[in-house]
Ligand binder design. Structure first.
Ligand code: 4AD
Ligand code: MG
Length: 465
């Protein structure tokens, strides 16, 4: 269908003034007054729409226009003029109007504002609201910004498999992938190897929880790589920040230590936020107005500030000395709970904090063991209001130390023979992290729930659509 995107007219109004054009889109509002029907048309090409003016005196389709409900798909031809109310804003004097698809009165998006909870029940339609129009536009811009950032620094973009045999995080949260009949489960006397022999891959398989291990193999050849794809976790956490399917960005860098990693992560967060602020000003103004007052200012500040680097041991000391009655008491060796993370980022520093050098017991097998024998060269980046958005570490590059740790954790080394080979042949210091795309979106948009930053969110107990 030959037509012009609304964004083109909004961007260069003067070029289009007086021209005859065709637009296609959906009616957001329809109202009539004194023989003129006004239709706000949005075609998804921009956050804003454009006003169609259908005059009874000049347009034969006036009666048709008036009958249309919110949500109808329309094709209009007409002339671009300056709005009567605001000379800066273009609108369309409609000559002919065609209805491509009606939206009867049971169309669920009649009201101007619906609750996010209600919109989740009609996730197939919610992209037609301002909130989700802006959200998906920002998600797209953010994704492009991620590629810009890494490409600009010479990183190679790699696609790690989604179907995998290795549980990277070792937390037992892998979704099983199988073609075996669920009606004949494994009997205790049959070994795992024998049981999965008949499965599709001839071995136990699952959906990846992280592309890191595979990513490391390429970092050991290409130097600087990043992955950007979906990851899956069968985590039993029913929170506003946990999804069973989420997108992760995982850079992995050869010849990099923990401090290099932290520098990269900070530069990345600042660059991503700057690009979204620059490219999505209308969407960001919308979220600032409707979801988090001061959002844009907050993000501009983040770009200016130095992030804090805080030893885990120091974080524990601060929490213990705070005299706050936390639900989960703090001791060295305990995992930092959301309440602790919030206290540190919101009350103590009010800015992003890299917590570093966690107790080894809290972290995954692959992390670089520090000389103190107790901690690993890990970091989590915590953001005010959201908590952890990045988890990463320097990797253990010493074969013996890595093997010893795997033994302590009762891991089957034969499953990781290829990963251990990376330490056998040309091992080198290297580091990487994982950024959760949805968590960053929560922070950037001020939206409070991970269910509202994905098209069809997958969370515990919920796979509608
Ligand atoms: O801290 P995590 O578990 O780290 C890893 O997976 C490492 N292998 C990454 C690496 O070093 N390459 O997860 C990384 C990030 C978290 O900080 C969080 O932002 C996000 O992934 N994440 C989730 N996001 C939404 N829902 C979940 N269930 C998430 N679990 C982790
Ligand atoms: Mg983590």
């Amino acid at each position: 269908m030959k037509h012009t995107d609304i964004v083109e007219i909004l961007k260069s109004k003067d070029l289009f003034l007086g021209q005859n054009i065709t637009l296609c889109g959906w009616a957001r509002t329809v109202r009539s007054s004194k023989g003129i029907c006004f239709i706000e048309l949005n075609d998804g090409s921009s956050f804003r729409g454009i006003q169609l003016v259908v005059d009874e005196a000049t347009c034969p389709d006036y009666a048709l226009a008036q009958k249309q409900g919110v949500g109808a798909a329309l094709k209009a031809t007409g002339t671009v003029v300056s709005s009567y109310n605001n000379k800066e804003v273009p609108e369309i004097n409609v000559a002919t109007l065609e209805v491509l698809g009606e939206a009867p009165s049971d169309y669920p998006l009649q009201k101007k504002r619906h609750t996010l909870e209600f919109l989740r029940t009609i996730a197939h339609l919610r992209a037609r609201t301002n909130t989700f129009n802006a959200m998906f536009r920002i998600r797209s811009t953010l994704s492009a910004a991620i590629h810009h950032f890494f490409a600009g620094r010479g990183f190679v973009y790699v696609h790690t498999p989604i179907l995998t045999g290795s549980d990277c995080e070792g937390a037992g949260e892998m979704f099983r992938v199988t073609t075996l009949d669920p009606a004949t489960p494994k009997r205790p006397e049959i070994s795992e190897a024998d049981f999965y022999k008949d499965d599709f891959f001839g071995c136990k398989a699952g959906l990846t929880v992280s592309g890191q291990l595979e990513g490391e193999t390429l970092a050991m050849a290409l130097g600087k790589i990043y992955t950007f794809g979906p990851t899956f976790r069968a985590e039993n956490s029913n929170t506003a920040r946990h999804a069973a399917e989420f997108w992760q960005i995982e850079p992995e860098i050869a010849f990099a230590e923990l401090e290099d990693l932290i520098e990269l992560a900070e530069a990345m967060i600042k660059s991503l936020i700057s690009e979204v602020l620059e490219k999505c000003p209308e969407e960001m103004a919308f979220f600032d107005k409707h979801y988090e007052n001061g959002l844009v200012e907050k993000l501009k500040n983040i770009v200016q500030q130095n992030f804090v680097i805080l030893e885990y041991t120091e974080a524990v000391r601060i929490l213990k000395e705070s005299k706050v009655q936390f639900e989960y008491p703090v001791e060295w060796g305990c995992d930092l709970q959301t309440e602790h993370e919030r206290y540190i980022t919101e009350k103590v520093y009010n800015k992003p904090v890299f917590v570093i050098n966690y107790p080894a017991e809290l972290k995954s097998f692959y992390m670089k063991q520090n000389p103190d024998g107790k901690t690993v060269a890990a970091t989590d980046l915590l953001l005010p209001g959201v908590g952890e958005i990045i988890g990463g570490s320097q990797r253990e590059d010493n074969l013996e130390k890595l093997e010893r740790r795997m033994k302590e954790l009762n891991m089957k080394q034969e499953d990781y023979w290829w990963y251990l080979d990376l330490r056998r042949f040309g091992t080198a210091p290297h580091s990487g992290f994982g950024l959760g795309l949805e968590r960053l979106l929560l922070y950037i948009t001020g939206i409070g729930n991970i269910r509202d930053v994905a098209i069809f969110p997958r969370t515990k107990g919920n796979l509608q659509f």
